[in-house]
Design a protein around this ligand. Structure first.
Ligand code: HEM
Length: 155
C-alpha cells in the first residue's frame, strides 16, 4: 500500500499550513531541531568518547549515562517533534529525497542500537573491546544521521 496519499494529506494538515505560513515558522522550528541535536547527539557523544577511553575518566560510562539520560531523551523528543513538523511542510518531496531516506534509515538503526546493545554495554561489565565497539559504532551511526540531515537541502 502506498504511503503517498498519507503524505499528500500531511501537506494540507494544520501544522503544515503553520510551517508554510509565517516566514519565521520554519527557521524557528529548524533552530529547535539544532537545539535538540546538541542535547541528544551531544550527550550521546560524551558517553561514546568515554566508552572509547577518550576522556571523562573520573566517572564510569554508567555514572555519566545516569546524569545525562534525561537530556538525551529530551533532545530526542525535540528532534522527533521538530523533525515531523518540518517534514509535514513538504512531505511528498522529502519522502522522495534520497538524503532524507538515508537519514531515516540511519536514524532507525541508531535508535535501535542505542536502546539495545549500547544501553546494555553501559550498564553491565563488558570487555574494553565491546565498550570501544559500542562507542565507535554509535558515533558512526549518529554522524551518518547528521550528515544525511545536512544533505537533505542539497539533493
Ligand atoms: C536525532 C535525530 C535527528 C538528527 C540528528 C537530525 C539532524 C538533522 C540535521 C543536521 C539537519 C540539517 C539542518 C540544516 O543544516 O539545514 C536536519 C534537517 C531535517 N530534518 Fe532532521 N534530524 C533528526 C531527526 C529528524 C526526524 C525524526 C525527522 C522527521 C521525521 C527529521 C526531519 C528533517 C527535515 C525535514 C530536515 C530538512 C530541513 C530542510 O529542508 O532544510 N529529522 N536534521
Amino acid at each position: 500500500m502506498s504511503s503517498l496519499p498519507f503524505f499528500e494529506w500531511l501537506t494540507t494538515s494544520p501544522w503544515a499550513n503553520f510551517m508554510n505560513g509565517p516566514e519565521w515558522a520554519f527557521p524557528i522550528i529548524e533552530s529547535f531541531h539544532f537545539v535538540g541535536l546538541a542535547l541528544s547527539i551531544g550527550t550521546i557523544a560524551i558517553i561514546d568518547l568515554r566508552l572509547l577511553g577518550l576522556g571523562m575518566r573520573r566517572q564510569t560510562a554508567s555514572e555519566l549515562a545516569a546524569d545525562l539520560d534525561p537530556w538525551t531523551r529530551s533532545g530526542l523528543a525535540m528532534m522527533l517533534i521538530t523533525g515531523l513538523l518540518m517534514f509535514s511542510a513538504d512531505a511528498v518531496n522529502y519522502h522522495y529525497n534520497p538524503a532524507f531516506q538515508f537519514k531515516m534509515t540511519c536514524l532507525l538503526l541508531a535508535l535501535l542500537f542505542h536502546f539495545t546493545f549500547h544501553h546494555k554495554v553501559i550498564r553491565s561489565e563488558v570487555s574494553p573491546v565491546a565498550a570501544r565497539f559500542a562507542g565507535g559504532l554509535s558515533l558512526a551511526l549518529w554522524t551518518a544521521v547528521v550528515g544525511g540531515g545536512r544533505m537533505i537541502a542539497f539533493v
